[in-house]
Design a protein around this ligand. Structure first.
Ligand code: ZN
Length: 223
């Protein structure tokens, strides 16, 4: 068959124009796995509890009495990824050193992936060497609950979200001072929200870098 340059150009143009849409579709597919966080102030259908609301910069907003979030198994399966469901609703454990936040150092608030309740702050996170996100304190004692866990043949303190009873991990008494506690949490139970002030700061630094790059073109601004 003879080479047809017109057809060849046509195909490459179609591919060229389709490329951004294919790329956007891929991005949308990846993003679609992350559902928007529920409003932590919204009432569920369970008994009343008292929790503390926080901004994403860790500022305490209000102490409120709301109703617990109660959902059946089918609802949780529909809303969560398979890994999030396995860990938060079936008390699973993820692999150390290969989870999302074990080596995460950004400034912000870690919220419950199931209900959006603020659970931990970045300033209370420390490197425990275990390969799981570790915190010396919860963001507010009211936002989590601890209960005895006798599985594995030893007594541990299980940590759960106060609003939705989602399993988070365990708390141990070998953490750094002053609390002496180590909240060992599965990354899949958390949804990190960056502090807006941290984003602004990072953005201004980026802008300053760009501005410095442009400065030589305007000698009048040198000093
Ligand atoms: Zn929750």
């Amino acid at each position: 068959m003879a080479f047809d340059p017109v057809q060849a150009v046509g195909v490459s143009r179609r591919a060229f124009f389709a490329m951004p849409f294919a790329f956007a579709g891929l991005i949308a597919l990846v993003r679609s796995r992350e559902r928007p966080l529920p409003d932590p102030a919204a009432n569920g259908g369970g008994p009343p509890i008292t929790v503390v609301l926080f901004s994403d910069s860790g500022e305490r907003l209000a102490t409120v009495t709301i109703r617990k979030m109660i959902k059946n198994d089918a609802e949780w399966r529909r809303e969560l990824s398979a890994e999030q469901y396995r860990i938060t609703r079936r008390k699973g454990t993820e692999f150390a050193f290969s989870n999302r936040y074990w080596n995460w150092h950004a400034t912000g608030v870690y919220r419950c992936v199931c209900c959006g309740t603020a659970l931990f702050r970045s300033q209370d996170k420390f490197d425990s060497g275990t390969g799981w996100p570790s915190f010396s304190l919860p963001i507010a004692a009211a936002n989590i609950q601890a209960t005895s866990d006798l599985s594995l043949g030893l007594e541990r303190r299980e940590v759960l979200c106060a609003k939705c009873d989602g399993h988070l991990g365990h708390v141990f008494e070998d953490g750094p001072p002053p609390s002496g506690l180590r909240y060992c949490v599965n990354s899949s139970t958390l949804y990190f929200r960056p502090s807006p002030s941290h984003i602004t700061h990072a953005g201004s630094r980026l802008f300053a870098h760009l501005w410095r790059g442009a400065a030589p073109a305007n000698p009048g601004r040198r000093s």
